[in-house]
Design a protein. Structure first.
Lengths: 308, 385
């Protein structure tokens, strides 16, 4: 179940005089415009998640490692958000590095843009994409410890960072076993290639979906984050699992979305990243654009577990 | 209507013979897969995953057994691998060609910003023997280029098999256990040979099954599982020629094996194309071009360098084979097709890398028109001036 903050319109009233009509028109037209402008400015400055002290807070970025200006601007927004929403870690959805992957590239495409977050001890937990060198799993600040896929726990949330670029039998068996043994309230998987996507460039990775989805369903995965398509998309629950595509933290394919009935919300006009907060049995999320605009937000209630 | 039906039924054997002779079954399977996956992807993947093991690991074992049969016969008197020394120069050329193609591939996919594709480098070794033979025959008739092309292909594929076994990106091998079972299989095959068993079934069912299991257990492609057994099957005293169909009246065990499995293996090839060539076009990125570019540039160059090195070391090229012919050979050797698709499926799990590499293998078919073009420009074979 998803809930949203909604802006109910005020009930309209009948104008009884020209002056009253003028005032009414002003109120109807001007006030919403001014309010929207104020809200936009305010949202760029503020974070409206519950922001509870004991929750699991993290950010999500995908397809970020360009080293170009938009990546730096998204990183600035992340830093700005961190000052009011102190997330502990960032999940990276792959394609963390584009082009050259020499030591100076790691500085320009990772260490410099996220310098403020790294200085604030924010941990980056990477998964790899098809543009990443496999050896990048050994790059210290990605916290992969040389593993293509790995798992970790934050309070009541079990995270699985997977390698969808080489989804072999051994990894599938490992995912199954790890999820089966997990006792946490939430099971969150993230990897590069989206099982569901309505962006026209790549779209859904159906070959992967047929292999991974049965394991996710069997073991009660709650939420899946992916990148690869350079847009933001929130899918309606697919067989009970929530899917997010957030692959625009550096790259962008403007106008690439072709929303379908699967699409709950999408944004393809600018770069974006996500803020996520797991508080008890609720997961709050926001997608924020390069300019700081909240382009989507909501809350997910944890689904019922499948019978064991 | 019954007359039409009769005509249709009568034309099926002719169509089959045409498709068989012109190697059309694998391309037909590949073309079907491409259309299917790009129109109804979910049903395609469900189908191909359901039969992948039966096709790739079981049925293809008979295809590779038949390929091995051709090599075994070629070592008999009159064969192009008899004596073994004759293969030395093509083997050196193959080492150079595959090495260069693999190096180019790694560099190319990095330059095309998809370094994850570098794990697919052993696929660049692949050379489709039947297709190469077909193209070489079109260009050169019965020129000495044919055995050179085939020996180069056999050596490249053998090196590719070793590369897949040694550098598989995900599989952990169990060579000790598998090696013990394989040794048992070879011992049994030798015993059958010593006992003068002439039916191929005992070879196939006892040591063949054990050998297949040994490959599977080791983590090696089980489709190669029958290959070690084939040399133990009694064969004709002289080589009938490469890709010369065995006569239905042939008496030797190896020829009987071919007569029995020839058509099933062709059907297997159709399904092999169907299962492995299904590439969703939306999954492709520029890195896809890495493999075809690497083999189309690296193999002709590598063949020239390898042959040049062999000549410098004192070996001799066959008569009527010069640098012009070697360039054509290089383009022909770049055609990976059936073996390339097999290497790809043996090396990579389903997903983007598999799709891009499979498409790269299909694009390596450009080696055929390029070989024709090179032959025309350089005056090779039927274009000799």
């Amino acid at each position: 179940m998803i809930g949203f903050w909604t802006n109910d319109e005020a009930a309209s009233s009948q104008a009884s005089s020209p002056l009253a009509y003028l005032m009414h028109t002003l109120r109807r037209c001007l006030i919403p415009v001014l309010t929207a402008a104020a809200c936009t400015a305010l949202l760029a400055q503020s974070v409206a998640l519950p922001n509870r002290p004991d929750s699991v807070k993290f950010a999500a970025i995908g397809d970020n490692g360009t080293g170009d200006r938009p990546q730096y601007e998204v990183a600035q927004q992340m830093t700005s958000a961190h000052s009011r929403f102190p997330f502990d870690f960032v999940i990276m959805l792959g394609d963390n590095m584009y082009g050259g992957q020499q030591p100076n590239d790691f500085v320009r495409k990772f260490e410099q843009p996220y310098a403020a977050l790294l200085a604030a001890n924010v941990k980056f937990q990477a998964s790899l994409g098809n543009h990443d060198r496999p050896e990048n799993a050994s790059y210290g600040p990605f916290n992969m410890n040389g593993q293509r896929y790995y798992t970790y726990v934050r309070k009541n949330v079990r995270f699985l960072a997977l390698d969808s670029t080489l989804m072999d039998r051994k990894q599938l068996d490992w995912i199954d076993a790890t999820l089966r043994d997990s006792r946490e309230d939430w099971k969150v998987c993230y990897f590069h290639h989206p099982l569901y996507s309505n962006a026209s460039r790549h779209g859904s990775s159906i070959d992967l979906r047929l292999q991974m989805e049965p394991i996710f369903l069997k073991n009660g995965v709650n939420v899946v984050f992916s990148g690869h398509d350079h847009v933001y998309e929130r899918l309606r629950p697919q067989k009970g699992i929530y899917y997010f595509v957030s692959g625009a933290a550096g790259q962008l394919r403007r106008g690439n979305m072709e929303p379908s009935e699967q699409t709950a919300a999408s944004f393809d006009q600018d770069q974006s990243f996500m803020l996520v907060e797991v508080a008890g049995l609720e997961m709050f999320f926001q997608s924020i654009s390069r300019t700081g605009r909240v382009v989507d937000s909501g809350v997910i209630r944890r689904q019922q577990r499948p019978p064991s | 209507m019954p007359r039409r039906l009769y005509d249709l039924r009568a034309s099926i054997p002719r169509l089959w013979a045409f498709a068989h002779e012109h190697l059309l079954l694998l391309p037909a399977g590949a073309a079907t897969a491409l259309v299917w996956v790009n129109t109804l992807p979910e049903s395609y993947y469900r189908f191909s995953y359901a039969i992948a093991f039966a096709v790739n690991d079981v049925a293809m074992a008979f295809f590779f057994a038949l390929m091995t049969k051709e090599v075994v016969e070629a070592t008999a008197p009159g064969g192009m691998l008899h004596p073994w020394r004759r293969a030395l120069l093509p083997v050196i050329a193959a080492i150079a060609a595959t090495t260069l193609a693999a190096l180019f591939h790694v560099q190319m996919v990095a330059a095309l910003d998809e370094p994850a594709l570098a794990v697919a480098w052993p696929v660049t070794f692949a050379s489709d023997l039947a297709f190469s033979y077909f193209v070489a025959r079109i260009i050169c008739g019965r020129h000495p280029i044919i055995p050179f092309v085939l020996m180069l292909g056999i050596a490249s594929d053998a090196l590719g098999g070793v590369a897949i076994a040694a550098f598989h990106p995900t599989v952990v091998h169990h060579f000790t256990k598998g090696g013990m079972v394989l040794a048992l299989a070879l011992g049994l095959a030798l015993a059958l040979r010593r006992a003068r068993v002439t039916s191929f079934w005992p070879y196939l069912l006892i040591p063949g099954s054990l050998s297949w299991f040994a490959f599977w257990w080791s983590g090696l492609p089980p489709a190669f599982g029958l290959a070690p057994i084939m040399p133990f099957l009694p064969h004709a005293p002289r080589d009938p020629g490469f890709f010369v169909d065995a006569s239905p009246d042939a008496k030797d065990t190896l020829s009987r094996f071919e007569v029995w499995w020839r058509h099933p293996s062709q059907i297997a090839l159709f399904y092999f194309g169907l299962v492995n060539a299904g590439v969703a076009f939306h999954s492709l990125e520029p890195g896809t071009w890495g493999l075809p570019l690497a083999v189309l540039v690296g193999k002709p160059l590598g063949v020239l360098i390898g042959a040049g090195s062999a000549l410098a070391a004192g070996l001799h090229l066959p008569l009527s084979l010069g640098w012009r012919e070697l360039v054509v050979v290089g383009f022909i050797a770049a055609i990976g097709f059936s073996v390339g698709l097999f290497f790809c499926s043996a090396l990579l799990p389903p997903g983007q890398l598999h799709s891009e590499t499979s498409m790269g293998v299909l694009l390596s078919l450009a080696g055929a028109p390029l070989a024709l073009l090179a032959a025309r420009l350089l005056g090779v074979g039927r274009f000799a001036r």
